[in-house]
Each structure stands twice: as structure tokens, then as C-alpha cells.
Write a protein that binds this ligand. Sequence first.
Ligand SMILES: Cc1cc2nc3c(=O)[nH]c(=O)nc-3n(C[C@H](O)[C@H](O)[C@H](O)COP(=O)(O)OP(=O)(O)OC[C@H]3O[C@@H](n4cnc5c(N)ncnc54)[C@H](O)[C@@H]3O)c2cc1C
Length: 538
Amino acid sequence: MNHNETKKGEYMASKQYDVIIIGSGIGGVGAAALLAKKFGKSVIVLEKAPHIGGRVASYTGRGDKVTIDGLELDAKGFRKSLADSRCWVSYCEPDLNTMFEKGLLDGYTFENGGHGLFWGNKSRCRLLLDYLECPVDMPVNKGLGFVDCRTNKIYQVPPRSPYPWQSEEGYKATMAALRQMGSLTLEECAAAMEMDVQTWLEERGLTENEEAYDYIKVVMACQNAMAEPRMAPAGDFLGYMAMARSIGMNLHTGSVATVAEPGCMAIPLAMEKQLVAAGGQILRSTPVEEVMVEDGKVRGVIIRSKEGSYEVLESDTVICNIPPKHIFGVLHPRHFPQEWVDLIQTKFWSPGLLSALIGLKHNVWEEFGVDERSFIWMPGIIKHEGYIGAVDMVMWNMAACAKRAPEGKRDFIFSTALTDKEMRTPQKVMRVINYCMDWFKRTFKGWKDNVEFVLWTPSDEAYGNWRPVGEKRPSIKSPYIEGLYFVGDQYGERMWGGGVDGASLCALMCVDTIMGTNLEEEILPFYHRGIPAPKKNW
Ligand SMILES: Cc1cc2nc3c(=O)[nH]c(=O)nc-3n(C[C@H](O)[C@H](O)[C@H](O)COP(=O)(O)OP(=O)(O)OC[C@H]3O[C@@H](n4cnc5c(N)ncnc54)[C@H](O)[C@@H]3O)c2cc1C
């Protein structure tokens, strides 16, 4: 290994590794830690951003700055850092500079947006962390709230009792649909992977009762971050419904989690510790410029160092953690069939998330008899205005479940799924923000005096680059280049679901593919595994 000094633009001598990983998202660091700790591989992770974690980016306010992964950022640095995870600021009160100068974020822990982690301490992600011997506590919500935006009535949803906003008939139809989805087998969910949710529901008569249909749609939007049932693969949604009984969790008992300070970043940071203890490393601010491919085989990568010099790192195994639509930035399209390139570049799309973080002086839910630890739905806030699907909102006081706000204060998280194209249309984003800001003001007494700050951050690629219905996700092992593997929330033909948990499952699948092991079965209960799986009832 040669660390010779080079001038800007020169190539440095090469170093060799068993495995090179491009990107430090949950999938990338998860696979890296497994390969180093459990298989003794020499592993290097290359991350272009100055912080690790990819789309899992969380911040803690410290005086007039925020910190992330050891970096201290002012308002400008925060904007730049959001951009690293494809997020931006669309609206805030007061303006961002004032928010920072006045230290309004001091003591708050928050993500780039959203980040409710499905199944908390029973998730794939937590099981992976346990296996790596670096558990991170993921406390869940307690209870479900519901805002009927037609009447603006707010309910604590009673478990096992009729939903107060529905008619008797609507409730019966909703329960019948939930029972039907809850008794599916894994094979049935797998078979529904090629079909969209709307078709699956229509074939079973589950679109006939409007109240039940609306309810199923909001559950789907919440789980898959997709508002339009015609765009969502049925299998990905049904898996969540089918596993509820086996995992013994639902929104009433608690099934969406958060992480105390430093927030979700604790997950990649914990994985990195294990990687480093096993001799591996992550290089931050080190973009991969190109994956070297010769005679159909990977040879390594070319990186650009912080100083601007180029360096060749050699390996016959490269794992790419970059989301599908962006891989051609480091992998020349000539290495792949043109139709595959076209499919990914033009047909893959992304469910984005528009999120708000609101700092509050006191709990706003008490006056409505709602437990502030509840996950709260407000579906159908905007309908028939040219959005793809109805706009459904979810809300949660994460700080009521984990230490994420200064003593006595509250955070109020808002999140809604819009498509990538909607998110890139400022009028559509502002319409949603204006609806919500207006709703707060007319619903909560003394709202103006209670609010410390409001911060809206859209992301157009939050939930990954999804395939069109009927297509499979890209394979983990590239069929086109020997030694090239992919890992992340949208890779793997046997993957289902997405988000942090999807990326964790994919990390296991990727390592199994490389090492010929079956960690997936060793670590995960059957309902968390990929499809198809052994025949078992849920
Ligand atoms: C606003 C928002 C809200 C979300 N809410 C939720 C939620 O509620 N629940 C949930 O489960 N999930 C949520 N997610 C999704 C979740 O964060 C992702 O699914 C998950 O983190 C993806 O991990 P990944 O391994 O696929 O990689 P990514 O996080 O996409 O990481 C890829 C990495 O590759 C790096 N990279 C790219 N190009 C290069 C290059 N040339 N050289 C080196 N490095 C490179 C990137 O910088 C990045 O670090 C949300 C995401 C966002 C943005």
C-alpha cells in the first residue's frame, strides 16, 4: 500500500481489498459490518457525503448549530447536508437563518424527514444489529389516533371497537378486508407481487365499500409511502398486512419506532463501530468516480480523495449501494443491456416524502383526549386536485416516545407521500403545506403561542427508486458484470417492502449471495424473510 503524495488530478498507487462498498447507507454499512466481523474480510466503504448513513440522516440541535455524525453545521451547512440525502427546505417559520441564530433547534433530535421505523425492536434492522452485537433501542408508538378531515373530529381509535368515523356497514367491510389480508400466506403475497394493489382489491370486491376502501388506501400509503393503489405492487403492501399477526404488533399496540438522540443515525454509526473493530473502514467525503470493469469483470474503483487526487482501489468484489436510478454515474451504461438501462432510467420512479418538524412548548393532543404517544392518521386532506391519489397525512410526537426534545417540549412530526414528480412541483408541495398550516391554526387553541418553529422538508426519493408494477427489482448479483453486487432498499428479486428494514434485509441477502451462507434464515423469523419462502402460515 502506497500513500505517496500526489498533485491534484493525479492517480495514486492502488490498494487491494476483499470487498469494496460504494455508499454507506444502511444496506452498505450493514453488509460491510457483516463481511468484516463475521467473515474476516478486508472491507472498505466509500462514501461521497461528509457523513455516513445515506438517506438516514439525523441531526441534534446544539445551541445555534446542529450536529450530525460529528459534524457541526450552521444553517448553510444544514441545507447542504439535507441535499446529500435528497431533501431540501421548502418552508419554515421563522426563516432558517433566524431559526439557527436563535438556537430554536437546541436540544431537538430530528431526521431529514419522517423516519418511523416499522416494527421497532422486532424489526429486521434490530435483528441485524443484535447479530452484529450492537443493538440500538427502537421504542414504538402507543395507540392510534384519527382525524376525520370532513368533520375535523379527532379520535383516539379504540382497539377492537367500531371506528367512530365509519358507519356500521363501513366498519364491517373494513374488518372483513383486514381479516382477509391478515390471513394471507407468504406464497400468496409473493404471487401478488406482479399485480397492483387496485387490481388485487377489485378482484376480491374490496373496492365496493367506499369507507373500507379509503381505510385500506391510507394503510397502504402509510406502509409503502405510495398514495396511488395502481402504482403500488400488491405483494409489497400485503406482506405488511399478513405478518401483523405473527409479529404480534399493530398500530394500537405499537409498531412504528423512533430512536432517541442522536436519532436514526445511531443505526449506521453502531454498524460502523463493529466494522472498524473488525479492521474495516469507511472513508467519508470520498466519491467513487468509476467502477473499473475489464472483460466483463470488476477490477476495483477509482475514487476522488478529499484533496482532489484520484486513487485506484482494487478488488474483484464491488458492492454498489447507490439507488438504482443513479448507478450509471459510476457504472458506464455500455456494460448493461440497453433495455435494462432504459427501464431503470425511464420507468423506475420514487415515492417521495414531504415532512414537517414542529417544535412545540406543550402537548396539543390532550384537549382532544388523544394519547400523545399515538401514531395519528389524517387521510384524504386533498382529493381530486390532480395529485396521484388522495393526499394522506400521518403525524406523530416522536419525542413522547424517546428522548428527542428539550425537557418539557414536544416535537410534532408530519409526513405525507407524494410522487417524485409531485414533489418537484412547488405548487403541489405548497398546497399541502398551506392546507396543514391552516389546519393547525384553526384546530389547536393557542397554536401561535405554542409553536417555536416549523420546518418543512420534502424529499423526492425518500422511499427509493421503485420498479413499475410487473417488473422485478434489480438482482443483487449482477448478471452482466462478474463480481458486481447491489445492496439497498430496492434491490433483490426476493425483497419485499422497503425503507430501513428493506435495506437491512437486503444487506443480509447480499452477504448470503457473496458468501453462499443463509444468514437470512439464521437471523430472521420466517415472516421477515424474502420471498418465496418455505410454506408456512402467518
Ligand atoms: C425524508 C425521508 C424519510 C424517510 N422515512 C422513512 C421511514 O419513515 N421509514 C423507513 O423505513 N425508511 C424511511 N426512509 C427511507 C430510508 O432512509 C431508506 O430506505 C434507507 O435508508 C436506504 O438505505 P440504502 O442502503 O438503500 O442506501 P442509501 O441510504 O440510499 O445510501 C446510499 C449511499 O450511497 C452514497 N453514494 C451515492 N453515490 C456515491 C458515489 N459515487 N460514491 C460514494 N458514495 C455514493 C450516498 O451518499 C449514500 O450515502 C426515508 C428516507 C427519507 C429521505
